[in-house]
Design a protein around this ligand. Structure first.
Ligand code: ZN
Ligand code: ZN
Length: 304
């Protein structure tokens, strides 16, 4: 039992007063990390020491009694391990939040970030729902079928006169897409505009469907006001929708994903945990994206 070997600590104990759950922002993930993970290899070329800036960088902590942690300089008993980070070349959807991200994209205008539902009686009663989750679901229901961000509804003045909470509305008039989820991707489908040419196409014009990237979602979310988040039941300080998109991936310390000595001697070859292999795959894929972006020929259409 490792616990029995902990020496006496004179550090003062504190009472926990509050626990706040929330999402990690990109900044938080980067601030928490002791090192950027940039290489997929776990060991150096001689295969004797963990590779620097690899998934088992010595700054992340030690699981080997022969090495001390490069961050806190403690041994494997004392060092709790430290997080690293992979800075992603392009933002990606977080699989666990994809459904929620799609719902928010169906609730607000992709151009101005305002809630699409107009201020009618149904919307006002939705605003009175105290449960954040139930309120979000109701407003989502009222908004998802709106395929236009309605400009200035006349109800706005009346609502102000009756002393009801005034919600910033008065849309921008932009056409809104229908969102579709396929696997781990999102697509935006725009209804074809009615025109005389439609009659010539058998079955009418098909909706225009395009891939909706995590960067697109991020652009929409950054347009949302804090008041909009509050109305939707999202906490602007601890759970902003842009944090549901990953731009920096936290790398858990090696004690979370320990490698095992293949021959049992603690020396020589080690078998890595599946999570470590996966992190290596992510770093490799990330490097490929970075290289492609870097080497891409300049877009001739962008030159004028
Ligand atoms: Zn340490
Ligand atoms: Zn709008």
């Amino acid at each position: 039992m490792a616990n029995m070997h902990f020496p006496f600590s004179s550090a003062p104990t504190r009472t926990i007063e509050e626990i706040q759950f929330g999402l990690f922002s990109q900044k938080e993930s980067e601030r928490l990390a002791v090192i950027d993970i940039e290489y997929p290899e776990t060991m150096d070329e001689a295969r004797l020491r963990p590779r620097e800036k690899g998934p088992n960088d010595p700054h992340l902590g030690t699981i080997d009694r022969n090495f001390k942690c490069a961050t806190c300089e403690e041994d494997q008993v004392e060092c709790p391990g430290h997080f690293g980070v992979i800075k992603l070349a392009v933002p990606v959807y977080h699989h666990g939040f994809l459904k929620q991200v799609k719902k928010i994209l169906e609730t607000v205008c992709h151009n101005c970030g305002k809630i699409k539902a107009v201020e009618d009686e149904a919307f006002r009663s939705a605003l009175r729902i105290r449960s954040r989750k139930a309120r979000f679901d109701k407003i989502w229901e009222l908004s998802k079928s709106k395929l236009i961000c309605e400009p200035d509804p006349p109800e706005e003045e009346n609502a102000a006169k009756q002393g009801l909470p005034v919600i910033r509305h008065g849309g921008c008039g932009n056409v809104q897409p229908q969102m579709r989820k396929a696997g781990i991707q999102l697509f935006a489908a725009f209804k074809p505009r009615k025109s005389e040419e439609d009659d010539e196409i058998p079955g009418g014009a098909q909706p225009e469907k395009k891939r909706f990237s995590a960067q697109d979602a991020l652009n929409v979310f950054r347009n949302m006001h804090d008041e909009t988040l509050e109305i939707l039941g999202l906490n602007a300080d601890y759970a902003r929708p842009e944090w549901m998109i990953l731009s920096a991936l936290p790398v858990p310390p090696p004690p979370v994903r320990p490698s095992i000595s293949v021959d049992g001697s603690g020396q020589g070859q080690r078998g890595e945990d599946d999570l470590t292999f996966k992190l290596g795959d992510i770093v490799r894929a990330n490097q490929n994206v970075l290289r492609t972006e870097h080497d891409a020929p300049p877009n001739p259409f962008a030159l004028r």
